[in-house]
Design a protein around this ligand. Structure first.
Ligand code: C2E
Ligand code: CA
Ligand code: CA
Length: 527
């Protein structure tokens, strides 16, 4: 029987194994209908029979731009018949090629053509586990990339990303991997010993951006989180998690790069756990205020208290330093602050309803809270809800040098003032805007930071500084309290300077509410 054959020419758009697979699938789908007996793949170097199967090891590792598929048919067809059958084959073939391409593109980031996260993992998995120990995984973000996008537009931003990707990847070794996770997120696998070299290529890259008919030079630099891979990987994807942890930390610390150490890993893991469990724990009322008395030195009388948050976690009492920084970073601190204010209002109402004594309670708010919309209104609503008199709550804020926060703080303090709620500047003297704060803000109290009296020996300079703060505050009609009073020498020193309101371990540490209530009912401290 005479075989007819028909040659169809193609442009090479994919790797050879994808082409061979697609042609084979197209062939097997239609061979029974059209009597196709065999198909061969042909380029300048080789001819491969796709019907009998092929052994990839025999295929030249050679990709030309063009190739042909020769289709052998067992019957005699009229020309137009033949053309239409071949067309059907071509359509089938294109369909499989498109599928292959889609598969391939799910591993590629479109803008830069680099592997995306799935592509990165695929490349990573081609390496032997023990070989990975020779590399660092580096998560990289461009500095101020948001500003470039904003100032020049997204198209120019994309160009900047492409330029950066081109520059960094051209300096890589063959065994190293570059990937682009989208936006300005890149992940690299770099030989450990090449870190400094790599760092250099990622920084101070000059590129030119089109902006209104002229080219503007910008300087690209990056922030890097580095995880030096070692044997202890649960799964390969951990290298992304760890390097991104290091990057987040580098960003929050404003460092150009950070290596993930064991300590940092533990710290970040616990931060993650805090973030994940915080809201659940809050709903379970596992947070509560402890109360530390504020005392008048002269009489030993409790004149107020400060509510300090505690977290009862797995029957342990956790102090604020263990969770507040994480909550501030994750933008959730206002939830805790409002919750503590509400607890305080409930406790005061309980005392009112049951005939117990009360004193004004100071509640701490974070500066981050000031940027929460209507934060002042929310506080006022809570106080109203429990029918608490405005003079029973004092709000403590710390100084800030950030101009946005300062404006928000001014507005907040004025709003509290207009609603007869006192405010206090906490840790006074530790920020450098202390003096102007007193002039501009309608605050009722300042709390002198404990670092002013917390020395081996109080000297003449301490006396001058604290003395002048007290005099100045008095002239401005602002109450002064000194915190962290631990011994009688400090108390005497403050009394001599005319600072009578104090707080500190000399009297009591922060106490659970029942204990505090008991002290309040009992009367004065005798020191
Ligand atoms: P802070 O507002 O300056 O609170 C005073 C801290 O000093 C308290 O620590 C208190 O226990 C401690 N302290 C009191 N007397 C003495 C003393 O004589 N010597 C020494 N060395 N320390 C003393 P605490 O309770 O661990 O709170 C630490 C910080 O956490 C607070 O500092 C405050 O900034 C923050 N914080 C506490 N509760 C809250 C809250 O509900 N919201 C917010 N945003 N921050 C809170
Ligand atoms: Ca405070
Ligand atoms: Ca303080």
């Amino acid at each position: 029987m005479q075989l007819m054959n028909k040659t169809v020419n193609f442009i090479n758009t994919l790797n050879k194994s994808s082409i061979l697979e697609s042609a084979k699938k197209a062939f097997s789908g239609i061979k029974d209908y059209f009597g196709i007996t065999k198909i061969t793949f042909v380029n300048e170097k080789e001819e491969i029979d796709l019907v009998d199967g092929y052994n990839t090891s025999n295929i030249y590792n050679y990709d030309s731009n063009y190739f042909s598929l020769i289709i052998y048919l067992e019957n005699n067809y009229f020309d137009d018949e033949l053309i239409s059958y071949v067309k059907i084959f071509e359509i089938e073939y294109e369909r499989y090629i498109t599928l292959e391409k889609a598969m391939e593109s799910s591993y590629v980031q479109i803008l830069t053509g680099l592997p995306n996260s799935a592509g990165f993992l695929r490349e990573l998995s081609k390496k032997k586990r023990e070989d990975l120990n020779n590399y660092s995984a580096i998560f990289l973000n461009l500095k101020n990339f948001g500003m470039i996008n904003k100032a020049f537009g997204q198209k120019e931003g994309d160009e900047a990303i492409k330029e950066f990707a081109k520059h960094v990847t051209k300096n890589l070794y063959d065994d190293e991997i570059a990937s682009h996770f989208g936006g300005d997120n890149f992940v690299f696998l770099i030989r450990k010993e090449r870190f400094s070299e790599f760092l250099e290529t990622c920084n101070n890259l000059k590129i030119y951006i089109d902006s209104k008919d002229k080219k503007i030079e910008i300087n690209l630099s990056a922030v890097l989180g580095v995880y030096e891979i070692n044997g202890n990987l649960n799964e390969i994807g951990d290298v992304i998690t760890y390097s991104s942890m290091a990057l987040q930390y580098a960003k929050s610390e404003l460092k150009p790069y950070i290596f993930l150490t064991k300590e940092l890993k533990e710290m970040l893991n616990s931060a993650k756990q805090i973030e994940q469990t915080f809201e659940k724990e809050l709903a379970l009322n596992h947070f509560l205020p402890f109360y530390q008395p504020k005392v008048d030195i002269r009489t030993g009388k409790i004149i107020g208290s400060e509510a300090l948050a505690r977290w009862i976690y797995n029957e342990q009492i956790l102090a604020p330093y263990m969770f507040i920084p994480t909550l501030e970073k994750s933008g959730k601190i206002h939830k805790l602050d409002l919750y503590i204010i509400e607890c305080v209002c409930k406790d005061i109402k309980f005392c009112h309803d049951n005939g117990y004594k009360t004193v004004p309670v100071s509640c701490n708010i974070s500066r981050k809270d000031l940027l929460v919309e209507n934060f002042d209104e929310i506080i006022l609503n809570i106080i109203n809800k429990y029918e608490i008199m405005p003079n029973e709550i004092i709000i403590e804020v710390t100084e800030t040098t950030n101009i946005n926060e300062q404006e928000a703080m001014l507005e907040f303090i004025n709003k509290m003032h207009n609603n007869n709620i006192s405010t206090s500047i906490d840790d006074f003297g530790t920020g450098y805007s202390s003096l102007s704060a007193l002039r501009d803000f309608k605050v009722d109290e300042i709390k002198i930071d404990r670092s002013f009296i917390n020395r081996e020996k109080l000297i003449a300079e301490d006396e001058i500084i604290i003395g002048s703060i007290i005099t100045m505050a008095r002239k401005l009609n602002i109450n002064v309290l000194c915190e962290g009073v631990e011994n009688i020498t400090q108390a005497n020193f403050l009394e001599r300077l005319g600072c009578y309101n104090v707080q500190g371990f000399l009297y009591d540490e922060p106490l659970p509410k029942e204990k505090f209530q008991q002290k309040l009912e009992e009367g004065n401290y005798h020191c």
